[in-house]
Design a protein around this ligand. Structure first.
Ligand code: PLP
Length: 421
């Protein structure tokens, strides 16, 4: 396998190719193939970008049909038939059935673009600047999103420019199982001398993906929504990783029955791995003046075509989400078993997650790395997350066939047994 050019020319900043140092050539659903023809089961799936699998045939056909018809590929933010179809499908299949009414902002195509736009909008709409985010939160690496991101490794990489405008509160569970961390937030809000300026908004992940598969309780999320309402702060749910079905519902916040003021989606939104993001906002928050927030790639027509096809294919009824929930239980059961096995050998380990966003906390990044490296040797692509990379996380495609899911779990279990024994 030829990796010399890649090693020589690509910046040191590269990451995933260090854990998986092979040259991939093809992929189908939950399987990747490398240049030597070796197959791998993919439990990473573009860090949650390939919820519908690699080269999903329904979405690929929609893309090919669109290209074949000479549909508009780039049009700044022109009105296009593809954009209209995307918005109509989003409204009909996702928003209306859930009783949601949102306007759609199409910012640049990555997750961090959506977060930047969301927090900027919150500031413009409220005239206040502070954004409350949570310990272990990850929202992207551009300056505004990074200011709301906890991880020191990313925060230190600004060349000394201060990150401003955020205040961090403890996420659910951060202060221990028996402490409701929102007591602290509420106390600060109610205390004129706490030093916390009244925030414009709170940004939260319902399950923290990069932060270590930390799951916010449904009651905690409901209480957070109430605190936002009571204090006139906007609630932003960053559903970039947990959205598009990952937790077993289209939007991860549906489990809690809350209605955010602003929602960000990206990653699996196009369905096909094409760069694409949107910000959903309550209509009355749409305080933007025309062109006040712009960019060359504002909505990607190829992504409109695949995203609309994904919604039509998977979100017409609840069949798909029930299947995701079923597979989530399969992973949960196996992860509990693996965690118990590790515990029995004297290393504290635990399982957590929601839907098909699940992890095993093995207590140290060193052990988690050994497990994922062994798994890769055996043909499973799986990554870690958490402040010390101590959580082995499963983000397999939601469309993964049961055989591949079980085989991937077997590989993981065998790897743990070899490494921990
Ligand atoms: N928000 C969340 C919750 C994420 O998980 C990520 C990426 O992992 C981002 C924002 C940033 O997205 P991107 O890497 O596409 O900029």
């Amino acid at each position: 396998m030829q990796t010399q050019t890649l090693e020589r020319l690509e910046s040191n900043v590269r990451t995933y190719s260090r854990s998986f140092p092979v040259v991939f050539t093809q992929a189908k659903n939950a399987r990747l193939t490398d240049e030597d023809g070796r197959e791998y089961i993919d439990f990473l799936a573009g860090a949650g970008t390939l919820n519908y699998g690699h080269n999903n045939p329904h979405l690929k056909q929609a893309l090919l049909d669109y290209l074949e018809s000479d549909g508009i590929v780039h049009g700044l933010d022109f009105w296009t038939a593809a954009k209209r179809d995307y918005l109509e499908t989003l409204e009909a299949l996702i928003l209306k059935p859930r009783g949601l009414e949102y306007k759609v902002h199409l910012p640049g195509p990555t997750g961090t673009n959506a977060v930047e736009a969301a927090i900027r909008l919150a500031r413009v709409a409220t005239g206040r600047h502070t954004i409350v985010s949570f310990t272990n939160g990850f929202h992207g690496v551009t300056m505004g999103a990074l200011a709301a991101t906890g991880n020191r490794k990313f925060r230190e990489a600004t060349g000394g420019i201060p990150l401003q405008g955020s205040a961090f509160m403890p996420y659910d569970g951060y202060l221990g199982k028996d402490v409701d961390s929102l007591d602290y937030f509420e106390k600060l809000l109610g205390d004129n001398s706490s030093g916390l300026d009244l925030p414009a908004a709170v940004i939260v992940e319902t399950v923290q993906g990069e932060g270590g598969i930390n799951v916010a309780g449904l009651e905690w999320l409901k209480r957070l929504e109430g605190i936002c309402r009571d204090n006139d702060m906007l609630l932003i749910v960053d559903d970039i990783q947990a959205g598009c079905g990952r937790t077993g519902k289209f939007f991860s916040f549906e489990h809690a029955g809350i209605t955010p003021d602003i929602v960000t989606n990206s990653k699996s939104l196009s369905g096909f791995g094409l760069p694409f993001a949107h910000v959903l906002m309550r209509p009355e928050l749409d305080k933007w003046k025309p062109g006040q927030y712009n960019g060359t790639f504002r909505g990607f027509n190829l992504a409109f075509a695949t995203a609309a096809a994904a919604m039509r294919q998977y979100w017409r009824d609840d069949t798909f989400e029930r299947d995701v929930q079923r597979k989530g239980r399969v992973v949960e059961d196996r992860f509990k078993k693996i965690a118990a096995w590790i515990n029995e050998r004297g290393t504290p380990a635990s399982e957590r997650g929601r839907g098909l966003m699940r992890g095993i906390d093995v207590g140290s990044g060193e052990l988690a790395d050994k497990i994922t490296a062994k798994a890769f040797e055996k043909g499973l692509v799986i990554e870690t997350s958490g402040q010390a990379s101590e959580v082995v996380k499963c983000l397999c495609p939601l469309t993964i066939p049961d055989e591949d899911l079980l085989q991937g779990l077997d590989i993981l279990e065998d790897s743990v047994k070899e490494v921990v024994a």
